[in-house]
Ligand binder design. Structure first.
Ligand SMILES: [Zn+2]
Length: 81
């Protein structure tokens, strides 16, 4: 649960820990670079124009994080108390 909100994942190519940012822009914060990498959800990939970082991240997971953070989980959650 909290993993989704924290947005931390390990890039399988570099083995380094990265962070998914969704606000205000969707992007991946990665080590040794001040820029956010562009995420291509359809390709399960992210790429940074500033440093050339080319990484992999699950597009489905990215969408889960976006959904979780945008707080629209009430739409599909069936919490009938
Ligand atoms: Zn970079």
């Amino acid at each position: 649960m909290s993993d989704l909100l924290e947005g931390i994942f390990v890039d399988p190519i570099s083995g380094r820990q990265c962070f998914l940012a969704t606000d205000p822009l969707l992007g991946v914060a990665h080590p040794n670079c001040p820029e956010l990498a562009d995420v291509t959800v359809e390709l399960d990939a992210f790429y940074c124009r500033a440093c050339g970082w080319n990484g992999r991240v699950s597009g489905a997971w990215v969408m889960d994080v976006v959904r979780e953070r945008s707080g629209t989980n009430g739409a599909e959650a069936t919490t009938s108390s």
